[in-house]
Write a protein that binds this ligand. Structure first.
Ligand code: BES
Ligand code: ZN
Length: 608
């Protein structure tokens, strides 16, 4: 394997590499800061290395010690969007193979992009403050100094002092009283023996209770929400794990739990090891959004054990994960669900390509992220282009052979990070002794697959589950010239995924509906009463495309309740097209509610 170059880190990880990380910090809810020590055990890779360069972003560095002795260091000027390199001098020039302990005493600052701190009145029961982290892609450096690249992995020991329960990305090793601390403050400890990259470090603390959802799984949530969360997730979680284990190999992380966060969590889910962080919008009462859990669980293999070496190869994380997620759905509900979900994904893919422009760099499978912020490249493209590439290879070599390659690939790169080129080499090598598969793989145009922008050819997905949705959408298309009379029974036995497909088909009409027709749909199908954000957000999309002024205020209201960027960003963009003043006012009003990552993204979207 060739060394991995990562344009999104300032660390000198080719000279020294993190072998072990120890985090020992305290949470200060009054000051909204984390402070304490991060200790990196570094292995020297080259003779005579003169300095250790670490990533930091808006950190307040107090002092640095090497092997217990204070040493000199300096913080470079900020280099956007990567932060300030922390340069630590190595006076006694070590040799290749040496190990050094670098301890940095620091605290996070107000500008930390990885953390959201919430006051009691920003939480659901309004009793206690809350904080949580989101480090992917390059925010870990604003939480602790590190080699913030997915090319580097290490085991972790984590100690966190807090007056409130703490969860973190490792196995809990207990909690005990902290001697010199304020009364009520405990120190919570965690151990992560499997080497993980910095972006998978995670912590949350607040009024968090827990309940069992399976033999190796718990759900963590606010005490008032706990029962609903347990009911939603209990049936499926263990089934998902067992199906994935059959497809890849046994789950090696011991436990798989889920933390349901407050509504400002900016993503659907985040695959933090041992404890997926998830948006409360997946708890819709009908289990219709548990695919997010199947997805985050699948990352336990694709991403967390086998990691993209840099964010330029992000498709290796997300494409594989979407592929495994869809295989789980197919195993559980039948093969049409693989295609159903792929059709929904294809639409998101197509729209992302349209949004960037079909020639745009970020529409390629491998993207050039030099001087770029990986958050700016984020879209459905790595997910769906990655998935479609893997599904293409699956069909090319045939399912039976492909299913033997899956565990081979995941074993080969177990606990490692790789690039697309390593993937290609491994695939070709694995099938080299199989003449038929090798001949099929000869037809792959790798240059086009890796660097061709825009959409690949669309596979022939089975449309059984979507056909009814398109038929009904067609009735709405021609409603003004036909006798079509909508009634609740049109959609009575539909799954929520089908409602999504129906609403997306309407959004796609060249000619939007008229406001009157939107009102008719609202009355017939009661979409505004939906507890499911997937449905409500799409209905509001239909309404805004139709310029239905009656629903602008309802959209603004929803934008104050959701912090998940998947819903918030498109709705802000549309509201901005309909009524810029309202969009800007809504953003300003909720500015404090949004997570820093979401706030920044919407700020850019609205060109503020
Ligand atoms: N790892 C991602 C979330 C992420 C990606 C955070 C990039 C930061 C930077 C997570 O696994 C994910 O893909 N979440 C999706 C879930 C969906 C595809 C089921 C989401 O948040 O919508
Ligand atoms: Zn993912």
């Amino acid at each position: 394997m060739a060394p991995i170059t990562d344009p999104n880190t300032l660390a000198n990880h080719h000279s020294v590499v993190t072998e072990y990380t120890t985090i020992d910090v305290a949470l200060d809810f009054k000051a909204s800061s984390v402070s304490g020590d991060a200790t990196l055990k570094l292995k020297v890779l080259k003779d005579g290395v003169g300095e250790v360069v670490l990533d930091t972003s808006y950190l307040d560095i107090k002092c640095v010690a090497i092997d217990g002795k204070e040493t000199t260091w300096k913080l470079d000027d900020r280099k956007e969007p990567y932060g300030s390199a922390l340069r630590i001098t190595l006076t006694n020039k070590p040799k290749a193979g040496d190990s050094i302990d670098v301890m940095i005493s620091y605290s996070t600052t107000e500008k930390c992009t990885a953390l959201q701190w919430m006051t009691p009145d920003q939480t659901s029961n309004k009793k206690h403050p809350y904080m949580f982290s989101q480090c992917q892609a390059i925010h870990a450096r604003s939480l602790y100094p590190c080699q913030d690249t997915p090319a580097v992995k290490s085991p972790f020991t984590i100690s966190i002092r807090s007056p409130l329960p703490v969860v973190a990305s490792g196995l809990s090793t207990g909690s005990k009283k902290f001697q010199a601390g304020t009364p009520g403050t405990l120190v919570y400890t965690f151990q992560q023996d499997i080497p993980i990259p910095s972006y998978l470090f995670a912590v949350a603390s607040g009024d968090i209770a827990s309940a069992s959802i399976g033999p190796r799984s718990m759900v963590y949530a606010g005490p008032e929400e706990l029962l609903k969360c347990k009911t939603e997730l209990e049936g499926d979680t263990e089934k998902f794990i067992q199906i994935a284990e059959k497809l890849v190999y046994p789950y090696p992380w011991t436990t798989y739990s889920v933390l349901i966060l407050p509504p400002s969590f900016p993503y659907g889910g985040m695959e933090n090891p041992n404890i997926t962080f998830a948006t409360p919008t997946i708890i819709s009462g009908d289990k219709s959004n548990v695919d997010v859990i199947a997805h985050e669980l699948a990352h336990s293999w694709s991403g967390n054990l086998v990691s993209n070496g840099s964010w330029e190869h992000f498709w290796l994380n997300e494409g594989w994960t979407v592929y495994i997620e869809r295989r789980i759905q197919a195993a559980l509900h039948g093969p049409q669900y693989f295609d159903f979900s792929s059709i929904i994904g294809w639409k998101a893919f197509r729209e992302s390509v349209e949004l960037f422009g079909a020639d745009h760099e970020f529409t390629k499978l491998i993207v050039d992220l030099k001087d770029k912020d990986p958050d700016d490249a984020f879209s459905s493209i790595p997910y769906e282009k990655g998935f479609n590439f893997l599904y293409y290879l699956d069909r090319l070599v045939g399912r039976e052979k492909w299913d033997k390659f899956i565990p081979h690939y995941f074993k080969k790169f177990h606990q490692k990070s790789l690039t697309s080129f390593d993937f290609k080499d491994t695939l070709l090598e694995y099938f080299s002794s199989d003449a038929e598969a090798a001949a099929a793989l000869k037809t792959v145009d790798w240059e086009e697959k890796f660097y061709g922008p825009g959409l690949p050819p669309k596979p022939d997905f089975d449309t059984t589950l979507v056909d009814v949705c398109y038929l009904l959408a067609d009735c709405w298309k021609s409603i003004e010239t036909t006798q079509f009379e909508p009634k609740p029974s049109d959609i009575a036995d539909w799954g929520s995924g089908q409602l999504v497909v129906f609403l997306e088909a309407i959004t796609d009409f060249e000619k939007p509906l008229t406001p009157a027709v939107v009102e008719k749909m609202k009355d017939a199908y009661k979409f505004l009463d939906s507890e499911n954000a997937e449905i409500l957000s799409r209905f509001l999309t239909v309404a805004l495309k139709a310029k239905d002024e009656k629903l602008y205020a309802r959209t603004a209201e929803a934008l104050g309740q959701w912090g998940r960027m998947k819903f918030v960003r498109p709705l802000f963009r549309l509201l901005n097209d309909c009524d810029r003043e309202l969009a800007v006012a809504t953003f300003k009003k909720n500015d404090n509610f949004y997570h820093p990552i979401c706030r920044e993204a919407v700020r850019k979207d609205l060109k503020l």
